[in-house]
Design a protein around this ligand. Sequence first.
Ligand code: FES
Length: 115
Amino acid sequence: MADETGADETRFVDAAPDDYLEPGETATVDVGGTAVTIANTGDRWCAFQSMCPHQETPLGGVPLLRGVLLRCPEHGSVFDVSTGECVLASDDGWSGPMRTFRTQVVDGVVQVSLG
Ligand code: FES
C-alpha cells in the first residue's frame, strides 16, 4: 500500500525456502517473530493465522483438502486459505473468517507480509 509520499509500506519477511513443503502441506513458521502458517497449494503459497479463529487449535501441519481448503481438526470448520473465508461451519455452527497474509516468492524464498 502506498502512503502519501508514494512509498510502498508493504514489508515482506522471509518465511521459508520455496521447497519447504510439498503441495498440499502446511506448516507454522516464524515470520519476524510472529507465528504464521504457510501452505503450498501446488500453484501458489498462502499464509494465514497459526491458530484457528474459533478456539485456537494449531493449524500448522494440517493437510489441505482439494487445493486451498483446510479443515480444522477440532470442530470441523473448513476455510479457504487463499481468502480466509469459512466455507463450512464448525460443529457448533461457528463460521467466522481467518486472517490471511500476502505472500510472494523471491529468489527461492517464500516471503510473507504481515501488514
Ligand atoms: S477450533 Fe477450529 S473449528 Fe473449533
